[in-house]
Structure formats: structure tokens, C-alpha cells
Write a protein that binds this ligand. Structure first.
Ligand SMILES: [Zn+2]
Ligand SMILES: [Zn+2]
Length: 380
């Protein structure tokens, strides 16, 4: 039987993800997956413009079993701007800070019958009937096991792990990215008012799947693209390994939309007189009712309405606040912003522009993976 990779039970993505640094980045910005040990990515097949394969000295390092590897010479692939390697994500397409923690593992485990609380247990662990949370690994896992979990919780420093629990008496843990667990936690609190790890570990025990996280769960096309015996770093899928909370540049982007001083107006867009002669039945409605109407409409309908009704030529900031919270509900960073402190229209434009990279990614995927991506699409 060949190598069988464990993936994050929540997002379905491997922990053994590599990065190909650019020639201008420090050596710590490039690393391989588990099977490459501490070595960088080597890809003799990628001959894209600007790529290179160069020798690099790999210093000694501490293995998970505590032994120390010897320093050795390795050949490293360096990414050019058009790198098409699928052995690591290109430094030209995702920063190493954005990939922070993507190789680290945290597990949910069943409490043993003699499980006792210990200092550092969070409330949701103490309140859980069945489950507790381990520490977080310092590096990528082996095939079936994760090592060097920190801090050591309830004596668990190393643990086997699986995506499909086959034996009720198993010591296996349910593997997750710690950041994916934080997303689960946030959603669980919003939906149920608490972090419900009992339901999560029960779902894993009953429907955990080696094929697709959980039986009968929807699987995205992108997971089919990247999940193979070894993770395929398909250009255009970098977002799958980007840190979901620590989004580089997001707080600066929000700060740039903060309102300073009294120059701010609630009305977005200019009001022209070119429809002054057109009878407008909405003109008699108070602003509050007009806003209620706007909130019921699709964006394209609002665009059309602005073309025919002078009453809707200008839109209130609240309309754009609502757009962001409904169409981008995961931008939790704005949750605590007071409505009058942000230019919501400006923020909507900035977030939409940042999100526009997804369309470019689609093009890159079709280009790089050629027939295979088209084949996956054709299965829909
Ligand atoms: Zn994950
Ligand atoms: Zn390359």
C-alpha cells in the first residue's frame, strides 16, 4: 500500500504543503512537504521563464523523534514569475507569511474514561462530554502520526490521526489546521452560542471519510484538483493554504476606509438633474422606506433602479454596509466597527477589487492544468 495522506478534516487540504521561494527571498521562505523532509522543493520538470534549480546547504535540524539530521547539500527550485511547478506554491503568487501555520496540526481526541481537567483547558473543553483539544504541532505530520504537539495537553505529545475512524477503541485524533478549528469555533458560537466540539467529533466518528472529509459532504472542484497522493500545488489554488484569520493587508485596507473628520457624507454618488423632469413615484417615500426597498433588491436591480429613478441616484452608506455583511459574511474584522466610522462604499469597492483575483486564478488553473481541469469541469 502506498503513501496515504491525512488531511485537515475541516477544509480537506493537506498539511504537507511546500513553497518555492523566489531568488530574492530568504531561505526560510522555501520548504518542501513531508516526503522531502526539511529539504526545499526540487522540480527538474519546471523550465518556466525565470525559474532555476540551484544548490543550497540544508543545515542540521531536530527530527520529530529528537534525533538531529546531518547538514546536507540539496538542489532547490527557485520560482520565476511564471513558475508552473505543482510541487510547491510559487513565492510570486503567495507570500510565506500568508502560508503561516499551514503545515501545523491540531487534533480533537476522545476523552479517556479517567480524563481529568488540567490548567489551561478552555471552557468548551471542560464542558464537553467527549472531546478535548491537543496542542499544535511544530511542523508537518508523518503519514499517520503527528509529533511534537505544543503545549502537551493531557499527556498527548504525539498521536496517531485519521480522517476515517474505523475502530471505536482507536487512539486516533481528528486532524485539523488550528486556524480551521478557529473558523469552526467562530461559526459554532454564532450559530449555537457555544463551541460545540461534541457534535464535531461525533460527525467525524460517524461520517469521517478518507475520500472527502465527511460522507455526503459537498466537495469543491478545487479539492479534487489538489488532493492526490501528494498535495498538488496547482497554481491558482494558493488561497486554500492561506491563513484565514491573519489576512495580510486586510486591516490596513479597512483602516484606509476609516472616516476622519466631519467631511463625510452619508450619500454615495453624485445627484444629477438629468431626470428632474421624470415623474418619480418613489420621491414621496422617506429615506428609511427607500433603504428598506434597496435591501430587498439584487445588485443588478439596484443598478437599473438608479438609471430610472432620481430618488435612488444616491445610495446611503448603510446599503453598502449591508452588501458587505451579506455577500462577504466572513469578513469578521468589521464586526465591531461602528456604522458611522467607515466609508462602507469605499470598503466595498476595495474588498471587491481584492476578491477579483479569484477570476484570474480560474484562468491560471485552466492554463496550467490544461486537460485535467477541463476534465474535472466536465464531470459537473
Ligand atoms: Zn484546514
Ligand atoms: Zn518553476
Amino acid at each position: 500500500m502506498g503513501f496515504s495522506e491525512r488531511v485537515c478534516q475541516i477544509c480537506g487540504v493537506s498539511f504537507n504543503v511546500g513553497r518555492i521561494r523566489t531568488k530574492d527571498e530568504p531561505t526560510k521562505a522555501g520548504w518542501g512537504g513531508r516526503l522531502r523532509g526539511n529539504s526545499p522543493v526540487f522540480d527538474p520538470e519546471c523550465e518556466a521563464d525565470g525559474c532555476a534549480n540551484e544548490e543550497r546547504m540544508i543545515p542540521e535540524f531536530v527530527c520529530h523523534d529528537g534525533s538531529v539530521s546531518e547538514a546536507e547539500q540539496a538542489i532547490e527550485h527557485l520560482a520565476g514569475p511564471s513558475c508552473i511547478s505543482t510541487s510547491g506554491y510559487s513565492g510570486h503568487r503567495i507570500t510565506w507569511k500568508e502560508m503561516k501555520d499551514c503545515t501545523q496540526v491540531q487534533c480533537l481526541k476522545y476523552k479517556a474514561s479517567d480524563w481529568e481537567p488540567e490548567p489551561g483547558d478552555e471552557d468548551f473543553v471542560l464542558q464537553s462530554r467527549d472531546a478535548f483539544l491537543t496542542g499544535i504541532s511544530t511542523g508537518a505530520p508523518d503519514e499517520f502520526e503527528v509529533h511534537r504537539l505544543e503545549p502537551v495537553r493531557h499527556g498527548v505529545r504525539d498521536t496517531p490521526m485519521t480522517n476515517e475512524l474505523l475502530d471505536d477503541d482507536s487512539e486516533d485524533g481528528m486532524p485539523m489546521h488550528a486556524q480551521c478549528f478557529q473558523v469552526f469555533r467562530e461559526l459554532s458560537i454564532r450559530k449555537f452560542g457555544r463551541t460545540d466540539i461534541d457534535s464535531l467529533i461525533d460527525l467525524w466518528a460517524q461520517q469521517g471519510s478518507m475520500e472527502n472529509r465527511f460522507d455526503d459532504f459537498q466537495e469543491t472542484l478545487d479539492l479534487q484538483l489538489v488532493v492526490h497522493q501528494l498535495h498538488r500545488h496547482v497554481p491558482g489554488t494558493e488561497y486554500m493554504v492561506a491563513h484565514p484569520h491573519d489576512v495580510e493587508g486586510l486591516n490596513d485596507l479597512i483602516d484606509r476606509c476609516t472616516i476622519n473628520g466631519a467631511a463625510h457624507t452619508d450619500a454615495v454618488f453624485e445627484n444629477s438633474d438629468d431626470k428632474a423632469h421624470v415623474a418619480d413615484p418613489f420621491a414621496s417615500l422617506p429615506p428609511e422606506l427607500r433603504l428598506m426597498l434597496l435591501l430587498q433588491l439584487e445588485r443588478t436591480d439596484v443598478t437599473n433602479l438608479r438609471l430610472v429613478s432620481r430618488s435612488f441616484q444616491q445610495l446611503p452608506q448603510k446599503y453598502f454596509h449591508n452588501l458587505i455583511t451579506t455577500e462577504m459574511p466572513r469578513v469578521w474584522e468589521i464586526d465591531n466597527q461602528e456604522p458611522g466610522t467607515i466609508n462602507w462604499h469605499q470598503l466595498w469597492c476595495a474588498l471587491s477589487a481584492a476578491d477579483g483575483g479569484a477570476g484570474v486564478d480560474e484562468l491560471v488553473r485552466a492554463w496550467v492544468t490544461d486537460g485535467e481541469y477541463l476534465h474535472v469541469s466536465a464531470e459537473l
